[in-house]
Write a new protein. Structure first.
Length: 367
């Protein structure tokens, strides 16, 4: 059995070897505080109804880490997921993830309604159908790395399904778990806890607390499992009197109906939509123009130290994108930020600048 000093220096050495780096989650500001998506870490995302917490969870803790892994980042992480999707079907989740992919790869917004031709005015065109076919390989990767559970969720179901998946990536030996790859990340996402079913003799809160307690136990035992929990804020978060007093920002109190989830989580994120509460301005941002395209992302709790920060995000529902916005003083045309195309344009400009710099650098060496 190792001593505390040995464990400490093992972790230090692993860090020096790059083993303590998480997969990217698509927000440089947030990553500077939470170190990306890491194994053995519990995440909690909360918001009021209709703010996009499910989409944000998929964007931040599935799509972004997966894309960066596919691009060669942290190959030892080999990310896999188990999704308890209690609100959306697998096809609906795939539609969101594929929409993200098509926007990133081809610069085309493809709405959920278009993908499934839901309505006479949004029949999928031949051109966009071809884009879907081009995304087939991405969907094959989703099939390989995402396992879905669609059905009622109780503590017994949770333990059965999670342990079944964990046996694919290691083995239980007595009270211990030995992973095949200690650097792997196995994400277990529950969307969302309001839909958890109480078993006989238990309240829903008791059932939620039991699942939360089990997630901590398995996280600590396996070291590779990272729970990703989604919770809906309690009704007090919509209190208009609270809004009048300027207390609209999310807080730990908004999770009070979610049992032990807040206390059991190591990183807690909350989404806030000023437009939903009819605010015309928020932290110097023009909400009257941005409307639902502005989301405030709050880091309420972090095991890494710093918390109580807000990251301004552009939310683009048609392509299921969340993109970090510039500071309000750097925005001169708010209409531009109502579409995700601004980010693609800036990305292209940055690539051009990098290419120009490489040309300049090359010319210096050839003179």
């Amino acid at each position: 059995m190792s001593t505390g000093r040995e464990e400490f220096f093992n972790l230090v050495r692993e860090g020096r070897e790059g083993k303590n780096i998480g997969l990217s989650i698509g927000s440089k500001k947030l990553e500077s505080f939470v170190d990306g998506y890491l194994p053995g870490t519990s995440y909690l995302i909360g918001a009021s109804s209709g703010v996009g917490k499910s989409t944000y969870a998929l964007w931040t803790f599935v799509y972004q880490p997966l894309i960066h892994f596919m691009n060669g980042e942290c190959p030892e992480r080999d990310p896999r997921w188990l999704l308890f999707s209690l609100e959306m079907t697998r096809s609906q989740v795939y539609a969101k993830l594929v929409s993200m992919y098509i926007m990133d790869q081809f610069g085309v917004e493809l709405r959920y309604k278009e993908i499934f031709s839901r309505g006479k005015d949004c029949i999928l065109s031949d051109e966009k159908y071809e884009l879907l076919k081009k995304a087939s390989e991405f969907m094959d990767i989703l099939d390989e790395r995402l396992t879905f559970y669609e059905g009622s969720l109780t503590e017994a179901v949770y333990l059965r399904e999670v342990e079944k998946e964990l046996k694919k990536y290691g083995k239980f030996v007595g009270n211990k778990y030995v992973p095949n790859n200690p650097q792997q990340i196995f994400g277990v996402l529950i969307d969302h806890f309001t839909l958890v079913k109480a078993t006989s003799g238990r309240s829903k809160k008791d059932e939620i607390d039991a699942i939360s307690r089990d997630s901590v136990m398995l996280r600590n035992k396996t070291k590779i499992m990272s729970p990703i929990h989604i919770a809906q804020f309690n009704r007090d978060s919509n209190n208009q009197e609270r809004m009048k007093q300027g207390l609209q920002d999310p807080s730990a109190n908004d999770f009070k109906d979610s049992g032990a989830l807040y206390e059991d989580s190591q990183v807690v994120l909350a989404l806030f939509s000023p437009h939903k509460y009819k605010l015309s301005s928020y932290r110097k941002y023009d909400i009257k123009t941005l409307e639902q395209c502005f989301i405030g992302l709050f880091l309420l709790k972090s095991r890494f130290g710093t918390s109580d920060i807000m990251v301004p995000l552009g939310y683009y529902g048609d392509s299921s994108h969340y993109i970090e916005l510039p500071r309000p003083g750097e925005i001169f045309d708010y209409e531009k930020y109502k579409s995700p195309e601004w980010a693609l344009e800036e990305q292209q400009d940055n690539v051009k600048i990098e290419d120009d710099n490489k040309t300049i650098q090359k010319s210096k060496f050839t003179l």
